[in-house]
Design a protein around this ligand. Structure first.
Ligand SMILES: Nc1ncnc2c1ncn2[C@@H]1O[C@H](COP(=O)(O)OP(=O)(O)O)[C@@H](O)[C@H]1O
Ligand SMILES: Nc1ccn([C@H]2C[C@H](O)[C@@H](COP(=O)(O)OP(=O)(O)O)O2)c(=O)n1
Length: 234
């Protein structure tokens, strides 16, 4: 009698990059939940680093001061897509990292090479430890952090649609009008795309998905299909 040996499927690594408001977080969480994978929001890590610096009196527009402090905070990400968490030195950073103050400072902090080196190392170790696979979303995942990812997706959408999505989220909190949100978003795109160290950029082997005319459900379905196709091909 011959025994059939069942081998667990190899962990799948999915990189989802793109500018703000294209749907990276919503899509990545849903895809990870649907496929039983872990989830990592790398933007939350840069935001947590920025929040820690602002809270600890580091001059965020002084790259030398930011570089000197980059090794100090202990940043921990919980990777359950149903309840992702983020802490800095043990303090819950979930709420504070979404303030306008952090959003306005995060591009400057994340452009500093010492910050990127530290957080990139953290991201790679989280991906290595994800035994069932992981969806990692950010700006430089496909190009720099996980260049050997099994699937790379680059989400895009028109600036108008992205601003409308963001401003829909802000209502009742930091209500900013649409044009202010649009300008802030485009400023951040320019800063993130033009920095020297691992700028926001589509990887050569990424699949581009323009979400302008798609519902969130359609984007999720499209990415789930792309992951399943990769899994079947290996
Ligand atoms: N395809 C879509 N259609 C409509 N709204 C969307 C779509 N994708 C995302 N959203 C909404 O837009 C907002 C920003 O999405 P999010 O996933 O945070 O984007 P990102 O992580 O790229 O900044 C959220 O409120 C989300 O629900
Ligand atoms: N892999 C990453 C992820 C984010 N960043 C930086 C640049 C982004 O403007 C900020 C915030 O990222 P986040 O994904 O939270 O931003 P949005 O949700 O798209 O507004 O962090 C980065 O430099 N590299």
């Amino acid at each position: 009698m011959s025994a059939t040996v069942q081998t667990a499927p190899a962990p799948v690594i999915v990189a989802i990059d793109g500018p703000s408001g294209t749907g990276k977080s919503s899509t990545s969480k849903a895809v990870a939940a649907a496929l039983g994978l872990s989830y990592l929001d790398t933007g939350a890590q840069y935001r947590a680093m920025t929040w820690w610096m602002l809270s600890n009196g580091v001059e965020v527009n002084d790259p030398a001061a930011v570089a000197a402090a980059a090794g100090k905070p202990v940043i921990v990400s919980g990777t359950d897509p149903a309840a992702p968490t983020i802490t800095a030195d043990g303090a819950d950073a979930t709420g504070p990292i979404r303030t306008q103050e952090v959003t306005a400072a995060v591009s400057a902090v994340s452009a500093v090479p010492e910050v990127r080196a530290r957080i990139t190392e953290l991201q790679r170790s989280i991906a290595r430890e994800a035994h069932h696979g992981i969806v990692v979303e950010g700006r430089d995942i496909g190009t720099t952090v996980l260049p050997d990812a099994d699937l790379k997706v680059f989400l895009t959408a028109s600036p108008e649609v992205r601003a409308a999505r963001r401003s829909g989220e802000l209502k009742g909190k930091d209500a900013a009008d649409l044009s202010v949100t649009r300008e802030a978003l485009l400023r951040r795109d320019t800063a993130d795309s033009s920095r020297k160290t691992s700028p926001l950029k589509q990887a050569d082997d990424a699949v581009e998905v323009d979400t302008t005319e798609l519902t969130l459900e359609q984007v999720i379905e499209c990415v789930v299909t792309l992951v399943e196709e990769k899994q079947l091909a290996t």
